[in-house]
Design a protein around this ligand. Sequence first.
Ligand SMILES: [Zn+2]
Length: 671
Amino acid sequence: MIPPDTVQKILDATRIEEVVSEFVSLHRRGASYWGCCPFHNEKTPSFSVSPSRGIFKCFGCGEGGNAVHFLMKHEHFSYPDALRFLANKYGIEIKEKELTDEERQAQTERDTLFHVSEFAQKHFADLLYNNEDGRNIGLAYFYERQLSDDIIKKFGLGYCLDEWEAFTKYAISQGYSEDALVKSGLSIMKEGSEKRIYDRFRGRVMFPIFNASGRVLGFSGRVLTSEKTSAKYVNSPDSEIYNKSNTLYGIYQAKSAISRQDLCYLVEGNIDVISMHQAGLENTIASCGTSLTKEQIRMIKRYTRNVTLMYDGDPPGVKAAIRAIDLLLGEGMRVRVVLFPDNDDPDSYAKKYGSEAIQNFVKDNAIDFVRFKTGILLKDAGNDPLKISQAASEMVNTIALVGDLMERTESVHECASMMRISEDTIAQSVAKAILRNKQKAYDEEHKNAETAPQETTPPPADETDSGTTTPITSQSGNQFLQSFFPCEEQEKKIIEILLSHGNDTITQPAKDEDGKDIFEEYYVATLVISDILNDNIKFDNPLYQSIFDEYEAFLKQGSLPPDQHFVNHPKEDIRLLAATLLSQPYSISEKWYEMYNISTPSPDDPNVIANDLHDSMLNLKMKKLEQKITQAKEELKTAPNDDEMMMLLARIKQYEAVRMAIGKELNRVIT
Ligand SMILES: [Zn+2]
């Protein structure tokens, strides 16, 4: 746990150009550095780093963010690990928060559990080869599943003897406490008239569950007898170190292949994972003894955005796949599905046809989620029109979860053609669904944050950085946003000025105490905030509104947000938006000007800022006014009585007058 003030210290010390240049070769041009983007393939540099703003930005693929974000993307670090990397680089000592007695005890307990789990894994693996029962029962089972010795060792498989207390007694003789054995779930304590402690996994083959760095967290044990009385699989209960919902089976063995291939195969069972690895598909993992969770998806996202589901083709498998699709899309992943022929799962298919066949099968039969889900729904619906319309609305909700505009457009196209519904109809319903989702998310967030102005310190670094990339920040999303935020362009411009020049000062005409004309220095932020508040303007786009609110909270406390506050913001969508807005459109033209050595009025010139602010503010007001006029005219059509109608007409007249005045100031002819 890194204390917030240390996080700030690290961010303050960080020079983004120094961090990025450890991985990308950069050349200075004017105020920025340029290089070839490490996130997409390119030969001419469109990847820029701005030292003054503390951000990187690629004009090719749109990646952008601060130094921490760069490390998370490039090195697949978690948020705290990226901070630790920077702390190390800049010689900042991380005093992990002073632990309370309780926390210290928890820490020791965790260590103890790690040790006893590792001991158990080694012991079970040893029994598999060096004990008669281990060989005859455990190893025989794995051989029967056609697993090689190499793969058995790679996954640390083992065997627990079919005796009540063999493991527990041995562990105690080796110095492990009853308490640790019970808390790790390896042993079970039976209280009562006679206290008894015995092995949880007796007579089972053992699949150890590793975390991404290779430590044993728990076990999954499979029974070998066909007795109906015992469950086929028994898993370790959740403990201080093991939590089913944020563990992925196989992640330790698969992570580098997933990252290298930029693709992750997700299967249902442990055995499927192992046999896929044996068949050469080393980027395969499974959610561990539970249905897929958001936490698991966020872990996968550290390595890739691309997931292909390989679930069984039976009804429960299909149901699980449909559920997983929505969850994955909601976290910004790209999803494909491979369905195996009847009665086959990945494991049985690999056994029947061999490694090469399954590799080809998976490559040739992965279909995108739209084709998969629409196909299933249409098959269920048959010719029933009601069911078909239900299917369409279900597809709309799923497609609305796709964050990227291009990908979403493609999905709409595919779905429309499969369902034989017009593309416009689907697209419009999708847009509505997205707006609904955004509103819901916004309401929820503000319900929780109603009290007190926004926290200004970043949260402690042990909170995993779990933000998802929303369409609002993606470049391609702009067009789309305009379709339902009519003032998007004008609102964005104001936020852009606030972020790039909020802390700059400009002079403005004012009156002194005697009413004489003078010039006064103002912070751009003060001018923007007071102007917007005076006119009671609200931003349609909730993300802009929350940046505005945060700025306002700072001003209320008599301060300004520190440089790079928004670029280093704890919320990922704000961080990305700040990076996007700060690096365009000026930086593009800067690049050209710099390349051709043309002198240009600097965008940081106070006069340029003042003019820009003046016009942008009027443009926003004009647009908001036009919106109000349209709305009033709509109301006029359905006015219930003359009084109401007169009132509306008067209001429209008022609006029109203001509109004329603004137009005049903008030197526009208003008709
Ligand atoms: Zn790029």
